[in-house]
Design a protein. Structure first.
Lengths: 230, 259
């Protein structure tokens, strides 16, 4: 990776300063707060618990229900409250990103509810939300195959970059690739992309995101050790 | 509803390179594209892929531009399952699957930059054209993303610009050429089972293989959107392979249907 630097003086493959803390919501069964630079997310988990409404019950497995929500004051222009099309889509892809890590079949007829609230948004909110949700699920003591870890990589101003800020995402040639994976098996559980790019660069960007995920994985494990270690 | 027995049968056969309708794994069903199916629409198309049928219509309206793009027109895309399309489709507010379908189709078109939004500006900061792309599934036998994507781009290519008269009034009796469009973005969805990949899944195949990747392709070999779906994970190698397959398939469709 070249030495070229970015508006916030990061290297091309450098993640923004991360802060992760497990157990921030006392009432919840599990919770976590995650920050990537100016992006800040709180996630909380309830469950496995009885499912309401009851018709959503699945006799063969627990139902993972995720909510992704941006608070009105999390962006420059106040965001109108309520569920919009973007949140609906993100909730769905985030559910699909987390589900492979869980043993849902062990908890039939229950629900696991994950609430992710974006407090402060500066790009990469879905990645931060997944990292927080995954930590919160672990904090709730729900068995997992692996932590799910997520980051966006992409391109801005002709450079391939890891963990872009909003400023970088707004570049003319921007490509944004949010990705989540289970580092232990290398399985990608979320993959999206916007922006025009060659297949060769797509592969490079995915590799860059993979490197990022592995670094985040270590930070997640550290956060759990801080609460449960010793 | 596909029986578990049938699903297992589908999966076992895919491992042996066989499909229920005796297609090859990477073979599409027959595609038909018909444009101009609604004369009231500015552009319209009906696309069938095997038994799957979707229709799309373009309407042009006037709108205020977004503050961050004061000199560009806007586009909005929606996809809806009509109750006639499948026993499980119900009327009512759009559900998660429909919202995601609309957004994935929207992204493939928008991110390819095939629409010249600057040419859809009427007066900077004040009035711009708004392109409404409305897609409906009328018969569901799988592969809705690819079908809806084809219907959207076919309808956009079919669309004519209405004239403007007086103070921001749309004059649909006078047309002023076509919608400013270049390129043919095509979305291809690849599904995976073991180390086998299939294209153009039917509804029962989709129930058996949830794991998928939709690739938005352009004619110059670039891609402009990706969307993974389903709860099974993909490896990096599988992802690269799936992008490759999508590019070959889109090239064939482009050559056959958009020349």
């Amino acid at each position: 990776m070249t030495k070229k630097e970015r508006p916030d003086n990061r290297k091309l493959d450098e993640i923004r300063p991360m802060k992760m803390k497990a157990g921030v919501i006392k009432r919840a069964d599990g919770s976590a707060q995650v920050e990537f630079g100016l992006t800040k997310v709180v996630a909380a988990v309830y469950g496995p618990r009885q499912i309401h409404p009851r018709h959503q019950e699945d006799a063969t497995k627990s139902v993972l229900r995720c909510r992704y929500n941006m608070l009105p004051f999390s962006v420059s222009d106040r965001k109108r409250q309520g569920y919009d099309r973007r949140s609906t889509e993100l909730a769905k892809v985030i559910t699909e990103a987390l589900e492979p890590a869980l043993f849902l079949e062990e908890f039939p007829k229950t629900a696991i509810d994950v609430d992710m609230e974006i407090v402060q948004a500066d790009a990469g909110t879905r990645a931060a939300a997944i990292n927080a949700a995954s930590l919160a699920i672990a904090d709730a003591g729900i068995p997992m195959r692996d932590l799910v870890t997520s980051v966006a990589a992409g391109r801005a101003n002709k450079e391939l970059l890891l963990d872009m800020t909003k400023e970088e995402e707004d570049a003319e040639d921007a490509v944004d690739v949010p990705m989540a994976m289970m580092p232990r098996t290398g399985k990608i559980t979320l993959l999206q992309m916007d922006g025009i790019v060659t297949p060769q660069d797509t592969e490079k960007i995915i590799c860059l995101a993979e490197v990022g995920c592995k670094k985040i994985y270590e930070a997640q494990k550290k956060a759990l050790l801080e609460k449960y270690g010793s | 509803m596909t029986l578990k027995l049938t699903k297992n049968y589908i999966l076992e056969n895919i491992l042996k390179d066989k499909r229920m309708d005796s297609r090859k794994l990477d073979e599409f069903r027959e595609i038909t594209i018909e444009t101009g199916i609604s004369s009231k629409a500015e552009g319209s198309a009906k696309v069938t892929i095997g038994k799957t049928t979707v229709i799309a219509g373009i309407k042009m309206g006037l709108a205020d531009p977004y503050p961050d793009t004061p000199e560009e027109g806007v586009m909005t895309t929606s996809a809806e399952y009509l109750p006639m399309g499948a026993p499980e489709f119900e009327s009512g507010p759009p559900r998660e699957d429909e919202i995601v379908l609309g957004r994935v189709v929207d992204r493939a078109i928008r991110e390819s930059k095939c629409i010249d939004f600057k040419k859809l500006c009427i007066r900077p900061k004040e009035k711009v054209w708004m392109v409404f792309v409305d897609i409906f599934v009328t018969d569901h036998d799988g592969n809705l993303v690819d079908a809806c994507g084809l219907a959207a781009i076919a309808a956009l290519k079919d669309a004519k610009m209405p004239a403007i008269k007086g103070e921001d009034e749309i004059d649909r009796d006078h047309l002023e050429g076509r919608l400013p469009l270049k390129g043919t973005p095509i979305s291809i969805t690849v599904r995976q089972h073991g180390n086998k990949y299939i294209l153009d899944a039917t509804a029962s195949e989709e129930e058996a293989l949830d794991s998928r990747l939709t690739v938005g392709t352009n004619e110059d070999g670039t891609i402009s959107s990706l969307q993974k779906g389903g709860i099974e994970g993909l490896t990096k190698e599988q992802t690269v392979e799936m992008i490759k397959l999508a590019q070959i398939a889109s090239k064939n469709i482009r050559a056959k249907h958009f020349k």
